[in-house]
Design a protein around this ligand. Sequence first.
Ligand SMILES: [Zn+2]
Length: 232
Amino acid sequence: MVHGLSTFPTKPWRDRRVLELLYVDEGLTQREIGEIFGKAKTTICKWLRRVGIKTRGGYTNPYSDGPWTKKDVLEELYIEQELTQAEIGDKFDQSPRTIRRWLHRHGIETRIGRPPGGEGSSSLYYGPQWPQQRARVIDRDGRQCACCETDRDVVDPDLNVHHITPAREFIPDDGQPNYEAMNALSNLISLCPSCHSRFEGNWQDCTPDEFARRAKLALEPATRTDRSLATV
Ligand SMILES: [Zn+2]
């Protein structure tokens, strides 16, 4: 269980296992990893070095014609042999990103965040729309924790956006993840890290409003004087 993460780290971009999975195995760029976690590319670069992961240099001929551009070759290596994008890239001296681009171009669904045999790591990658959805939810929730109402500016390091019905529920064992349902606004809520760890796994089938209502009740009496409780 090389990539299994039994618990999701609080600052995943500092976690060697997370960085290895995303950067080494799946070949995301530093910028793409930064987007997932709402961090700058330079932050990701710094932590890659700090945890001892060799950063990639330049590659040549990313668009040139070669076996890695052929659908049947990619299907054989990626689907049948279950090689990672990085492993396929190594075979042809191409970057993992180039491989991913060709996989997408041929309509081959990438299994990023879901390595073979990996347990619990399926929540790592939430699909291409995740950064936008994450930003929308934070705006919708007034840029504060929807439960304790701590403002984003004082949350360290940043607000989390929580999947009420867990992301893994939308990732079938043998099919394509349903990112649209996974990241529907009705399934997402902004939480500070403290509320996130406190309420993780709770109330998995309710709306964001209902989740916040129940969380506020659970936070009583700490927030008893909060005027938002007047209607509860
Ligand atoms: Zn909170």
